[in-house]
Design a protein around this ligand. Structure first.
Ligand code: 5GP
Ligand code: 5GP
Length: 261
């Protein structure tokens, strides 16, 4: 082989390696009632009414500097036949609340194509990727940790510090995001919890210290009037009130949940 093609090949594989390199995963869990609030509408998945518990948004490879790889391998589109045996758990723990009502595959395809294809160095197949997220979700009990501190999904407001302490006491040191209510009440809802996962042993791990620098930069970039979902520690909007509502609020969840289940 001449020197030039060999060098090109090395360059190509180095580039691939760089593209899919990352430092840790975020396991992002979301509160379904708050997704309904953040989205303009929400619909039951075809598998039925979701449980009143945190569900999976995604398992995302991430870098310490806050950057992350995405859409790493267009040659490997989502293939539902590869997750056949996981279907029941996927429907129970990772269903899609977007409208129109669906079998959730579009959501799973999005998460696989955007994030899963970048995890391939650690989670080599689609089955490995989804199975890892399900196992991790089953290994945590955020509701239990919150309940221990007297925080239940009853639509009441709880101090952000109380929520953080409850999760920390439960052994989690998460990032928390909130959304701003649609109803102009100015209140915010607990929306997502970001847990960190070691890529070495695929277990929940304390989030890297560097994250606080990222939080600060996001905080500076955010504008309180902006209704987009605010990242970590419920910046700005949440700081205004210092508390978050938690539950299924019929008024702000577009009547979707009816009475809190
Ligand atoms: P949002 O702007 O709603 O926070 O995020 C939109 C999407 O960008 C997320 O659903 C996710 O796919 C991706 N994303 C946002 N923040 C992060 C992050 O910190 N790490 C990774 N890996 N992806 C993110
Ligand atoms: P991300 O924000 O992860 O890049 O993108 C999530 C995509 O999946 C968005 O296009 C969102 O509309 C769609 N989606 C479908 N169902 C759900 C759901 O139940 N929760 C969330 N967070 N996104 C969903």
């Amino acid at each position: 082989m001449s020197k030039l093609p060999a060098a090109l090949l090395v360059g190509f594989f180095t580039m691939l390696g760089t593209l899919s390199a990352f430092d840790f995963f975020y396991l992002v869990l979301e509160w379904p009632g708050s997704y309904c609030d953040a989205a303009t509408s929400c619909c039951y998945p075809q598998s039925g009414k979701p449980a009143s518990d945190f569900s999976i948004h995604g398992l995302w490879p991430n870098n310490l500097d806050g950057s992350y790889p995405e859409n790493c391998d267009p040659s490997r589109p989502f293939n539902a036949s590869q997750i056949g045996g996981l279907r029941g758990d996927m429907d129970a723990l990772w269903s899609s609340l977007s409208c129109p009502s669906s079998n959730s595959e579009k959501f799973w395809a999005h998460e696989w194509e955007k994030h899963g294809t970048c995890s391939e160095k650690i989670l080599r197949s689609q089955r490995d990727y989804f199975a890892a997220a399900l196992r991790l979700r089953k290994s945590v009990d955020l509701l239990g940790a919150l309940e221990q501190a007297g925080i239940s999904p009853d639509g009441k407001s709880y101090a952000l510090s109380l929520i953080k302490n409850a999760l920390q006491d439960g052994g989690y040191a998460p990032g928390i995001t909130c959304n701003a209510d649609d109803d102009d009440s100015g209140s915010s809802q607990l929306y997502q919890i970001y847990l960190c996962v070691s890529k070495e042993n695929l277990e929940i791990t304390p989030c890297p210290r560097e994250r606080s620098a990222i939080d600060r930069s996001i905080m500076e970039a955010g504008a309180p009037s902006d209704r987009r979902i605010l990242r970590f520690d419920c910046l700005l909007d949440c700081i205004v009130s210092g508390s978050l509502s938690f539950g299924f609020n019929a008024a702000t969840s577009h009547g979707f949940w009816g009475l809190a289940a």
